[in-house]
Design a protein around this ligand. Structure first.
Ligand SMILES: [Fe+2]
Ligand SMILES: [Fe+2]
Length: 293
């Protein structure tokens, strides 16, 4: 069964990536209209959201570096996806959002492009042992799912907010175009995660659960300040009022795969904890206090 499963997953992934490449070329700058009718109001409301998203999108280049460290010998389809399809799309998201915030008079984002944590280096060293590389790959797919699902939800909310402010040019040509590319990324990780999970031995699954529990963090939140920044983004997009629901949506498949035996569990506790922590950190600092009345 496992070989048949693997090859059907491989086929689906190959078709999926080919379709993504065909249907979603990187967004060109020429197709973007940076016209903002009320720049002061728009910046005051969404400026920090643009900055957060631009930074995370631009950090795609560090993500690729992390990937090559963590997965020294990836399956060809993974390499093809992240190098030829995903990175070129994400970097355009970052460049366009960053240009928009600069047009609004803000400083450009300050992405961290080259610091790879010690934890990852250790994982990378261990990943030369093939069964351990599969553990790393599973963690990569889980992170990918949570990240891309967060992006889908956040861009939907930002798109709505932008339309509500009557900023149709950027809603259609920037946020609208970007948000259409994220579900395909999510689907790639979901198909991969389901396929690989079915192949893992009990000890590998145990290890994935253990490592995931101790390493989960919201997208782009690698330190306390970034976690608080993420809390501000949640507040502006209204996610802080529906944190549990958001956490459930971004971890649905992870819960189904990793925690299937925990009946009645709605959201893994570490996911919920991370989001509540972000809301709290944002609330407890003087930055943008109007968001946290
Ligand atoms: Fe993106
Ligand atoms: Fe994405």
């Amino acid at each position: 069964m496992s070989t048949a499963f693997a090859s059907s997953t491989g086929l689906r992934l190959a078709e999926h990536v080919a379709r993504l490449a065909e249907d979603h070329p990187p967004i060109s700058l020429d197709s973007v209209d940076f016209t903002v009718l009320r720049p002061l109001e728009f910046e005051a409301r969404f400026g920090h959201v643009l900055d957060y998203m631009a930074r995370v999108e631009l950090e795609v280049d560090r993500n690729v570096l992390e990937l090559t460290t963590m997965l020294p010998d990836p399956p060809e389809i993974d390499r093809h996806f992240y190098a030829d399809v995903w990175q070129p799309q994400e970097i355009q998201h970052g460049l366009i959002l960053d240009r928009l915030q600069v047009e609004l008079g803000r400083r450009p984002a300050a992405p961290d492009l080259d610091s790879i944590g010690l934890k990852l280096k250790v994982l990378g060293a261990l990943a030369h042992i093939v069964p351990f590389q599969d553990v790393c790959r599973m963690l990569y797919y889980l992170t990918g799912m949570a990240t891309e699902r967060s992006a889908v939800l956040a861009y939907n909310l930002l798109h709505r907010g932008t339309l509500d402010m009557g900023e149709h040019a950027i809603a259609h040509t920037i946020i609208g175009q970007i948000k259409r590319q994220e579900p395909g990324h999510y689907a790639f990780y979901q198909i991969s995660a389901r396929g690989l999970w079915a192949e893992l031995a009990a000890w590998q699954r145990w290890m994935v659960r253990l490592m995931r529990r101790s390493s989960f963090s919201p997208v782009g939140a690698n330190n306390l300040r970034q976690k608080a920044d993420f809390g501000d983004v949640m507040a502006t997009l209204g996610i802080d009022k529906a944190t549990d629901d958001f956490a459930e949506q971004i971890s649905r498949v992870e819960k189904e795969l990793l925690w299937a035996s925990h009946r009645g569990l709605k959201v893994p506790a570490y996911v919920l904890r991370a989001f509540h922590e972000a809301v709290e950190l944002a609330h407890n600092r003087p930055h943008l206090p109007h968001l946290h009345l």
